[in-house]
Write a new protein. Structure first.
Length: 277
């Protein structure tokens, strides 16, 4: 019995000292690949010049090496800017979303596409009376997992109010009007099972109760994904959503987003829709 208690105490202390791992929008694997490519290309340039004396090939490999190195450094800077506990831009994006969720925190909340549960945990702390369901597709192609989410929630002390489950945002496994609130952050455009990303928004709204609230951030200002957003807002209102507000091109309006990340391959066309069903 004493040994069991000692083991539990050690586990509790280990959890208290452990930091949550929320990942990053720029995965470390991508950084390793870019820096590795720069090293390999540099080595090729040197070998070709020394062994084969082929100046054209050497120059080409050298140019590619420099480009790979520039991109690697740029991505590293973005990684540090996004990171929780460092640049905290991801935390700022989550804070902006939660600020636009007009909710008293009583009832059930759904986080659609929770990733590593960073937004889920943020909501749990912002709404201490809420019961939260967080879902994601996860899978080998993503750097997140259900076990990682559960561990993060445990470390943050909110695991007793959160349940995690696998699912498809295009076809949520919940009846109509299940939740009092719903949130999602940069997920809808990634849903491969839905050709029209506006249908993913409608599916998210389906499971919100009448009178419930929502706050979704995504690449809503990219017309290739969502078309005319003002028209889409009018359609949602005509379909029975009582309040829908849209703010586009947030990357140009939020002061915590630096200009160097507002590129087509990083953050572009960021928007938010929020309101009441």
């Amino acid at each position: 019995m004493c040994s069991h208690r000692f083991d539990l105490k050690c586990e509790e202390e280990r959890i208290m000292n452990e930091k949550a791992n929320y990942g990053n929008w720029v995965p470390e694997k991508a950084l390793y690949m870019l820096f590795g490519a720069a090293v390999v290309l540099g080595a090729i340039a040197v070998i070709v010049q020394v062994v084969l004396s082929k100046p054209v090939i050497t120059a080409a490999a050298g140019v590619l090496c420099v480009l790979a190195l520039i991109m690697a450094v740029y991505m590293l800077i973005c990684h540090e800017t996004f990171a929780f506990g460092k640049g905290n831009m991801m935390a700022g994006v989550h804070e902006h979303l939660v600020e636009h969720l007009d909710w008293n925190g009583e009832g059930r909340l759904l986080d659609i596409g929770c990733g590593a549960a960073a937004l889920t945990v943020r909501c749990a702390k912002a709404f201490p009376k809420a019961q939260i369901t967080a879902m994601d597709y996860w899978g080998a192609e993503w750097n997140y997992a259900k076990e990682q989410c559960e561990r993060n929630a445990q470390i943050e002390g909110v695991a007793d109010r959160i349940s995690f489950q696998k699912g498809d945002a295009a076809k949520l496994d919940f009846p109509d009007e299940t939740f009092d609130a719903a949130v999602s952050n940069f997920v809808f455009h990634e849903v491969r099972t839905a050709k029209d990303k506006r249908d993913v928004v409608r599916e998210a709204l389906r499971v919100v109760k009448k009178g419930g609230v929502f706050s979704f951030q995504d690449m809503f200002s990219q017309k290739a994904l969502y078309g005319d957003m003002e028209q889409f807002v009018r359609e949602l209102k005509a379909e029975g959503i009582s309040e829908v507000h849209y703010i586009g091109n947030l990357e140009k309006k939020l002061d915590f987003i630096p200009g160097f990340v507002t590129t087509p391959w990083m953050i572009s066309g960021m928007g938010i829709i929020y309101g009441k069903k």
